[in-house]
Ligand binder design. Structure first.
Ligand SMILES: [Zn+2]
Length: 308
């Protein structure tokens, strides 16, 4: 019973999220949530062997504590140590039935939307499971894509991967999506050649042909990637006037960047940009490849993050 509230093992860490075996217990107490009361209430009390964190509620107030037990072997064991990770002044309890609390990105998103600026956000989410995020600071990932087709495919795929990514640190997406029509307008031409009919791009006053239909050669500007240019050369024996749409070649933007490239067929590449480091996935990347790409980005940018 001599153990006291000590400095948290999680001090100084950002994006603290309990791991897959969350070990988060929730309890309501009939006392204030100051350090002394919490210590007095929990030390010596039995806790389940998997319990590592306790979300403590008192009226509208919430605190989060980490606990150590005398042993992890028996089903229940007395609590011998306790650290207050977040007191009631810096902690909020959200009920968000749609949020999968096992997904760090989902926790960070809920925190940013419903409790911006709060240090500790507890979420009661899907299945009524409860977890929390401490000091949220999601990794901002710029996603480079061209449209149409809609929705922007790489961005949409990344969102779907993140929705189930239990192993990644919290990520916040920064879309960098460019319209093919806008790219075409940067190079006025009487005619444009697009890789395929896919998105129905058209520029007023100009003709539009589609490379995959192998049209008869005429004067045009190719709105396409290097691979389309190679196909053009194969078909017509020469390279076309071109606006290169490859997101990999886009400049600007800082930090973590995810792009795709026409010339990558199965591998993933890591690129150095002037102000950032990026991962490039194949043009037609699968969800598995995008998951691998995000994992690489996280390794580059958040090398020390792991679930708590
Ligand atoms: Zn490319």
């Amino acid at each position: 019973m001599a153990a006291r509230v000590t400095e948290s093992a999680y001090a100084g860490r950002r994006n603290v999220v309990p791991g897959a075996y969350r070990g988060v217990a929730v309890t309501t107490v009939d006392r204030e949530l100051d350090d002394a009361s919490l210590s007095d209430h929990f030390l010596g009390r039995d806790a389940y062997r998997r319990t590592r964190f306790i979300v403590v509620r008192h009226g509208a107030q919430t605190a989060v504590v980490a606990v150590q037990k005398a042993s992890e072997d028996p089903l229940f064991s007395p609590i011998t140590g306790l650290q207050v990770l977040a007191g009631p002044d810096e902690c909020v309890y959200l009920q968000e039935p749609e949020v999968d609390t096992a997904i760090p990105t989902a926790l960070a998103h809920a925190a940013a939307c419903s409790a911006p600026g709060m240090r500790a956000v507890v979420v009661e989410g899907r299945y009524h499971h409860v977890s929390f995020i401490l000091d949220p600071a999601p990794l901002r990932v710029t996603v480079r894509e061209v449209v149409p087709p809609y929705p922007a495919k790489l961005l949409d795929q990344v969102r779907r991967v993140l929705a189930t990514a239990e192993h990644l640190p919290p990520v916040e997406l920064v879309p960098d999506v460019v319209e093919l029509e806008d790219l075409a307008r940067t190079r006025p031409s009487a005619g444009y050649l697009l890789p395929c009919r896919g998105g129905g791009v058209s520029v007023e006053g100009a003709s539009t042909d589609y490379l995959d239909e192998h049209p008869e050669r005429r004067e045009w500007t190719l709105i396409g990637c290097e691979r389309s240019q190679q196909i053009h050369e194969w078909f017509y024996g020469e390279r076309a006037d071109q606006v290169d749409i490859c997101p990999r070649k886009r400049t600007g933007g800082t930090g973590a960047i995810l792009a795709k490239c026409c010339l990558l067929e199965s591998e993933i590449a890591v690129d150095e940009y002037a102000d950032g480091k990026g991962v490039v996935v194949p043009w037609g990347a699968s969800l598995a490849q995008i998951s691998e790409g995000l994992t690489r980005l996280a390794e580059e940018w958040e090398p020390t993050w792991e679930p708590a």
